[in-house]
Write a protein that binds this ligand. Structure first.
Ligand SMILES: Cc1cc2nc3c(=O)[nH]c(=O)nc-3n(C[C@H](O)[C@H](O)[C@H](O)COP(=O)(O)OP(=O)(O)OC[C@H]3O[C@@H](n4cnc5c(N)ncnc54)[C@H](O)[C@@H]3O)c2cc1C
Length: 382
């Protein structure tokens, strides 16, 4: 069993991409965090992610965070020392009703004002040029951002964890945090693998388990797990390589994956649970919508599929900051955007914790916003 220290400046609970990014950015800022992961690094939701990285969101803070993540992924290899496997193939959102299209147009105005110059509104015929195989008969148009795309969840997570270790972070696998203790001043220790580690700062990076870890500290963290599926086709090609394409009406999406395509869709009727078994009957439902939008898929065969958990907050926005228990911090609730937001949020939270001040205002992610009733829901969620 790994030897644990009796005290730490900061204990990060959870070694998915978010906890690993935070460990790296804290270590880079001169701290010596202790990162505790109950399984293998990056083997939770991070391992199930579709790899999408985008800047197109409906709230300004998410656009800014997306732009910062993109910058960090572009410089990842130089900075972190290994590849992020970034492929900027673009993200294309398509709309088939006037209300959705009007929302897209408003989004692009806001995104331009936030500094995202690359994004543009596209007509149905431009959609057809971008993805010639798409059925555009009922489409009004869409939005396209060529600097969005894909990156490797495994590459980014392992890059951060190796670099964090090199910079002096103590990163440990196979150790589950069981208890979080507090005294009148706030959080004061964690108990893991029979060891008590005293600390004045605990950060909850437990992804879909953030509510469970919050309860250990007596804090209600409003993050619920929801199952999401993705499926991979056998070798299969379209007339040209498509961008990451999302049909907003059904939430069906696809993008190139190896020799084939990755297909995904959400099921709004599915209740919250920790179930990660594949429901193969859902594939039939997905295929129905998928072949309607991309008829060429009728020629495709499914090679494999998997399910994982989104970690959903009440307004589909991340929850980042100190909780009402002093010293107990939250970095969770990414609502299906945790892979793409991890580079930026790890940096921003490290800036906040080390007193430099986050370069993007994190107040829209504040844990207190729910009690204050000050939420701005993100609606570009797939
Ligand atoms: C099918 C699917 C597709 C997705 N596609 C995308 C996408 O394209 N782009 C995107 O940005 N996001 C995507 N996501 C969402 C993304 O995977 C998550 O938002 C992200 O991985 C969250 O990272 P995390 O580090 O917070 O959580 P996780 O990766 O789940 O890490 C949390 C870690 O905490 C550990 N843990 C829990 N409890 C304890 C404890 N008591 N002690 C110690 N460790 C503990 C867990 O073992 C786990 O490793 C997708 C998710 C799914 C399921």
């Amino acid at each position: 069993m790994a030897e644990l220290p009796s005290s730490a400046e900061c204990v990060i609970v959870g070694g998915g991409v978010v906890g690993c990014s935070l460990a790296y950015h804290l270590a880079r800022a001169g701290m010596r965090p202790l990162l505790l992961e109950r399984g293998d690094f990056g083997a939770g939701s991070t391992a199930r992610a579709a790899g999408g990285v985008r800047q197109q969101f409906t709230t300004e803070v998410n656009v800014r965070v997306g732009m910062l993540s993109r910058q960090l992924l572009e410089q990842f290899e130089d900075e972190v020392g290994s590849t992020a496997d970034l492929r900027q193939i673009g993200y294309l959102f398509v709309a088939s009703d006037a209300e959705q299209m009007a929302q897209f147009e408003r989004n692009v105005v806001m995104q331009h004002a936030a500094g995202l110059d690359d994004v543009r509104v596209v007509s149905a015929s431009e959609v057809s040029e971008l993805v010639p195989d798409l059925n555009v008969a009922d489409l009004i148009g869409g939005t396209f951002c060529p600097t969005d795309g894909l990156a490797g969840p495994n590459e980014v997570t392992s890059g951060y964890v190796s670099a964090a270790r090199r910079l002096g972070a103590h990163v440990v696998e196979d150790v589950a945090v069981e208890t979080i203790e507090s005294d009148p001043r706030g959080a004061c220790a964690v108990v893991a693998a029979g060891s008590r580690i005293s600390t004045r700062m605990v950060v909850n990076c437990a992804g879909p388990h953030a509510g469970v870890v919050g309860a250990m500290a007596g804090i209600d963290v409003p993050v619920k797990p929801f199952r999401r599926h993705v499926f991979i086709t056998e070798s299969f090609s379209l007339a040209r390589d498509p961008p990451f394409t999302v049909d907003m009406r059904t939430s069906f999406y696809f993008h190139p994956e190896g020799e084939g395509l990755m297909l995904g869709m959400s099921d709004p009727a599915e209740p919250s649970s920790f179930d990660t078994n594949v429901d193969w009957t859902f594939l039939e439902h997905l295929v129905e919508h998928a072949t309607e939008r991309l008829p060429a898929l009728e020629r495709a065969a499914i090679k494999t599929g998997w399910a994982g958990l989104y970690e959903v907050s009440p307004d589909n926005q991340a929850i980042v900051g100190e909780s009402q228990l002093p010293g107990f911090w939250l970095c969770c609730g990414f609502s299906g955007h945790g892979f793409m937001q991890a580079p930026a949020v790890g940096l921003l939270l490290a800036q906040q914790i080390t007193g430099v001040g986050a370069q993007i205002d994190l107040s829209p992610f504040s844990p207190e916003r729910f009690a204050r009733g000050e939420t701005t829901p993100e609606t570009a969620v797939i």
